[in-house]
Structures are given as C-alpha cells and as structure tokens.
Design a protein around this ligand. Structure first.
Ligand SMILES: [Zn+2]
Length: 100
C-alpha cells in the first residue's frame, strides 16, 4: 500500500479544490509583461541569495507575485479605505508604488 504524507495530501487537496480557478492561468504575470517563453521557468530562490537578507528577499518575492497590501487591494477587502495614493491621489497599485 502506498502512503501519502500530510504535505503531499495538502498539496493535492489545494490543487483539486482550486482546479477550475487555476486552469488556464499563467504561472507568473511576468511571462506576458516580459514576453518570456514557456520553457523559461521562474527561479525564485535567487531572490534569497546572499548578500540579500531574508526580509529584502521576501519583499522582492511579494512584489513579483503582486502580493503587497497596497490601497487598490485593501479597498476591495475594506471599502472604507480609499484606492488613492496618499501622495498624488492616483490609484495606489504595486506598479505605482514601486515603478511610477
Ligand atoms: Zn502616488
């Protein structure tokens, strides 16, 4: 009999429960923005290599994944929060915070 450990079972459950939402979805938003081919896979571990500290690596990973609490995101969860940037009143997106 084949035994499945807890971590593998959890991964299978996450994939099964989210199969419909994940089908057809890109593995990273950067594939289209940077015109990266399918055979080129993201290598996230380079974000954590020295001399970077773990905190800087985490911030870079969150930026590249679009997982930062900017006002455009927070306002969807909490409608009392404005989408505006506190400095210029344009919508506060991740791109606006770090690129504009
Ligand atoms: Zn601004």
């Amino acid at each position: 009999m084949h035994m499945v450990n807890g971590k593998a079972l959890y991964k299978l459950c996450v994939q099964a429960f989210n199969k419909r939402q994940l089908s057809g979805r890109r593995d990273t938003v950067w594939r289209e923005r940077l015109a990266v081919q399918e055979e080129c896979k993201p290598v996230w571990r380079v974000l954590y290599k020295a001399p970077l500290n773990k905190r800087s690596g985490e911030l870079q990973w969150r930026f590249l994944q679009g997982a930062l609490a900017v006002n455009c995101f927070i306002s969807k969860i909490n409608p009392t929060v404005s989408t505006d940037c506190p400095f210029c009143q344009k919508p506060e997106t991740i791109d606006h915070c770090f690129l504009d």
